[in-house]
Design a protein around this ligand. Structure first.
Ligand code: HEM
Length: 396
């Protein structure tokens, strides 16, 4: 794709103007920004904000919570999620993080959660295995992580269609605030009576853990529990489905690497890591600047919002050689910052990897001669979040 002829002064236009745009390929724009304007003002995108595009600056921003305050997250997604750990700092953040960390540790995922992922995966594949063709986004990746998340939380699976819609509406708040706020309210209305039930009769699910959790002798307030759940729902559902779709897309469009993975399944973990770098599902996160921040003479003022572009950082030629190439043998692929870095490092990274590994492996086992349908176009799209818009495949 040739580079757009828009001035970097109008950087917002380079992306087509909306954070939820189905941008097919933002990477030439990022390459240009890294070269010409490593910090650039974007107007009309969640107030005025400053996009940071180079790996070292993004990593420094994620590490330095004192200059890049996570309360920046409150000005975006926090508006509908309420106050969540994403925007918390210091002791308050630690206290909240400690409550849920055990539920998402590798140890906790072994056993019942892994079995739940296996069950959901095979249940969905059963439905189309005999058809010799499918859209793996519509018929598989879109629904499977939400089902798993609903299982971990303890939400009845029969309600999950509604949940999926709320999760989608919640993350599109920047584009359609009305829908985002309505979804946030709907979730609260739905969850309140279930939380009340768990309060009176504890179980082993996450809802019960949150309601009864005590840190330093204090219980979480109902508002805190609800905000946690409003965060976990899209965090768990909207990200992993994208990762799983992109891993499949990457392998199906790089047949020689797919053959290697088919011959040696341990390479699937490398493919997952390289996909996280090559097509990061979450493309940026926000921070508030507590002081002026300068790179190469370009300044973002104190108090403004910095958009740390994880997607651009993971394609930075200063860090990754030939960064646009998908290569499961790349030595430093796990240096990516797709799950963030430092204190706010993604709590669900183990779950995301487990889900992607089990799902892709099952498809490679059960759908023989899996290939993209040559008659239907598909591609990876998106700006704030990226994944294939559909995955039309044939097999058998
Ligand atoms: C491929 C899948 C995923 C990606 C790419 C991803 C990405 C991220 C990123 C970039 C952050 C850091 C945000 C920041 O620093 O402001 C983050 C934080 C977080 N993620 Fe994920 N995530 C994924 C899956 C999940 C899952 C499955 C869960 C469900 C439990 C989850 C829960 C969280 C939570 C709770 C935080 C906040 C942690 C904190 O503030 O201390 N994520 N995630």
């Amino acid at each position: 794709m040739s580079e757009p002829h828009v001035s970097v002064e109008n950087a917002t236009l380079l992306f087509g103007g909306s954070v939820m745009s189905p941008v097919p390929n933002p990477y030439p724009v990022y390459a240009r920004l890294r070269r010409e304007r490593p910090i650039v003002a974007l107007s009309g995108w969640m107030d005025t904000s400053y996009l940071v595009s180079r790996y070292d600056d993004v990593a420094a921003g994620l590490k330095n919570g004192e200059l890049f305050s996570p309360r920046g997250n409150a000005r975006g997604i926090g508006l509908v999620m309420g106050r969540t750990i994403l925007e918390m700092e210091g002791q308050e953040h630690l206290r909240h993080r400690r409550i849920v960390t055990p539920s998402f540790s590798l140890r906790a995922l072994r056993g019942e959660v892994e079995r739940e992922v296996e069950r959901t995966t095979h249940h969905l594949i059963d439905k189309f295995e005999r058809d010799r063709e499918a859209d793996l986004v519509g018929q598989f990746t879109m629904t499977f992580p939400l089902r798993v998340m609903a299982g971990i939380m303890g939400i009845p699976i029969s309600d999950f269609e509604e949940f999926h819609q709320w999760a989608l509406d919640l993350i599109s708040v920047a584009d359609d605030p009305g829908k985002g706020f309505a979804a946030a309210e709907a979730i609260v209305g739905y969850l309140r009576p279930i939380l009340e039930e768990r309060r009176n009769a504890p179980t082993t699910d996450l809802l019960s853990t949150l309601v009864h959790a005590e840190v330093e002798g204090e219980r979480l307030s109902e508002e805190e529990v609800l905000s946690f759940l409003r965060l976990l729902l899209p965090a768990g559902a909207e990200t992993t489905f994208r990762l799983t779709g992109s891993v499949l897309y990457a392998l199906l469009t790089h047949r020689e690497q797919l053959e290697e993975v088919l011959a040696d399944r341990s390479l699937l973990d490398d493919a997952i890591d390289e996909t996280l770098r090559w097509e990061s599902p979450v493309q940026f996160t926000s921070r508030e600047l507590t002081r002026d921040f300068e790179i190469d003479g370009h300044v973002a003022p104190k108090g403004e919002l910095a958009i740390l572009s994880v997607g651009s950082a993971n394609r930075d030629e200063r860090r990754f050689e030939d960064p646009d190439r998908f290569d499961i043998h790349r030595a430093n692929k796990s240096d990516h910052v797709a799950f963030g870095f430092g204190e706010h490092f993604c709590l669900g990274s183990h779950l995301a990897r487990v889900e992607a590994r089990i799902a892709v492996s099952a498809m490679l086992d059960r759908l023989s001669a899996l290939r993209l349908d040559p008659d239907v176009d598909c591609r990876i799209v998106g700006l704030a979040f990226r994944s294939p818009d559909r995955l039309p495949v044939r097999f058998g």
